[in-house]
Design a protein around this ligand. Structure first.
Ligand code: NDP
Length: 265
């Protein structure tokens, strides 16, 4: 829905003879200061953990589709691939409350239509005996509390936007009903808790017109997913963008797979 609106706006701008195409093309080579200025006619998406993996591909595809993209990274100065895109790059560690507050302060007054809570970690443990509780706690800190504190900090920006959409990237491993193989302690719980957060948020913000959902990206070839995964980032992100583009307020509080299937909680 959001993308259709963006395309309609771009077409309308072109129809009245404005140089929308030139502006988009110019952004490819614009100096840093200009690159960071946002175009108020476009929808804005903020993506956490956008320097590599799925976050980078989200940033790439939304920028290509004509959105204002804010891509965050823990180390913006070394986010080479992200900096090469036509996006605004901002610093954010979702596990650090001061970093989240600084981002919100820098973005004060700016509207955001779509927040994608993508940043995450996956401790490589299997059995309960192998589980490192400090790592499990850190996983909860990043995968669950991270999206909670980023969403809370950016709520004023989301209220200003017309999209009012919060997408948190969960995992199929977060499904309690589908869990027949066990293992992955720490990670599974962090994503199940992220799912619960999303359900609560959806209920709390339903009357304000918000759309809050969780989407599983599938098993994807990133540093986290490894080279043996069955999906490329392009395939996963294209699928998730299609899901997001079709969301309406009635969908708030739902759990999706990247291909548009519904997942059981
Ligand atoms: P990657 O490991 O490739 O990338 C993870 C991203 O998260 C990096 O940008 C990383 O930044 C960032 N990140 C980690 N910790 C923090 C933090 N404290 N603050 C801010 N950013 C942080 O993972 P993917 O791209 O594969 O995963 C993206 C999301 O998709 C995650 O939520 C993951 O759980 C989920 N997912 C992925 C699957 C897959 O198969 N790939 C399957 C199911 C779910 P840095 O470079 O600084 O570490």
């Amino acid at each position: 829905m959001i993308e259709i609106e963006v395309r309609q706006i771009v077409l309308a701008v072109a129809a009245v003879g404005m140089v929308a195409v030139t502006a988009v093309a110019g952004a490819q080579t614009a100096p840093k200061d200009e690159k960071e200025a946002t175009d108020t006619n476009k929808k804005t998406v903020l993506i956490t953990g956008a320097n590599r993996g799925l976050g980078l591909e989200f940033a790439h595809q939304y920028a290509e589709a004509g959105w204002n993209v804010i891509g965050t990274a823990r180390k913006p100065e070394s986010a080479t691939e992200l900096n090469a895109l036509s996006v605004r790059v901002m610093k954010l560690d979702v596990a650090d409350p001061k970093s989240v507050a600084a981002l919100a302060s820098d973005l004060k007054g700016a509207s955001i239509d779509l927040l994608i809570n993508n940043a995450g970690i996956f401790p490589r443990v299997g059995s309960l005996e192998e589980t490192d509780f400090a790592a499990a706690l850190q996983t909860y800190e990043v995968n669950t509390l991270g999206p909670m504190r980023v969403t809370r900090a950016l709520l004023p920006n989301l209220r200003e936007g017309s999209g009012k959409t919060v997408v948190s990237i969960t995992s199929g491993l977060g499904s309690i009903e589908n869990n027949t193989s066990g293992r992955y302690y720490g990670y599974r719980e962090s994503k199940a808790a992220l799912n619960m957060f999303t359900k609560s948020l959806a209920s709390e913000l339903r009357d304000d017109g918000f759309i809050c959902v969780v989407i599983s990206p599938g098993w994807v070839q990133t540093d986290m997913g490894g080279p043996g995964a069955n999906l490329t980032p392009e395939e996963s992100i294209s699928g998730m963008r299609a899901v997001i583009s079709k969301l309406s307020p009635e969908d708030t509080g739902t759990y999706w797979n990247y291909n548009g299937d519904s997942l059981p909680w």
